[in-house]
Design a protein around this ligand. Sequence first.
Ligand code: MLT
Length: 274
Amino acid sequence: MGKINGRDIVIKVSDVTICYDDLGESTTPVIFIHGFPFDKSSWKPQMDFLSKQYRVIAYDIRGFGKSTSGSEEADISLFADDLLLFMDLLEIQKAIICGLSMGGYIVLNAVSRYPDRFSAMILSDTQCIADTNEVKEKRKQSIDKINGGGLVEYVDGFVNAIFYKDTIAQRKELVDEIRNVILATEPLIITSALTALARRWETCSALPAITIPCLILCGSDDKITPPEQAEYMKVHIADSVLHLINNSAHMSNLENPTEFNRYLKDFLSGIQNI
Ligand code: MLT
């Protein structure tokens, strides 16, 4: 299948149906991958802004948003394989790839395994390390809480942890929107993804082999994937640049879209053959 412009397009990718938005025109598309446990709508400010100039695609990872979950166990490598199959089906030989947090884990997994398929990457509020034992234990406690009927309590705690204090105080609509996206997700999808996150491999050892241009963005107050992790990736990816996004925590693309989009646009304008 070639290119169809539109929103909420569905396509069969191995055993699942992936739902995606495909807007704008350019030789090389920019593909956006959302974090855990959100959906493609979390890239709206970037899709609206960039689609005037570039082809931009955002899709729901299997199980999230309007994509189906299939029967395979959730795994970051499986999510990366879905991305590659999705690109094959859309006849995209090379993409510029952008991921936030878990989306960034998928980007790093895909770029290190299939380097020829990407011409640039954007890593937002993410990291290359695997989970520490402490984080693994916290994920286990979250799974137990959700399985014990405590989904709302889990989501409230999670939402408080991902947003900057001013966002929580002043942008109730945004916080509620994200909260509702999470609450609309099947509890089993959330717990399976928590297990996949806890099991993921580190990708730090793959960073020195990355030769494509890389933009690293991170909320200045991100406590989940903090600026030190972004700095580590900057030091180890040769052609990389790092910017901290002011007045933001883990959701920097939504908390300060003006700054985020400016860095994104400047980065894309410096890329050949886009
Ligand atoms: C995300 O935003 O994707 C998650 O918070 C990532 C994580 O918990 O490691």
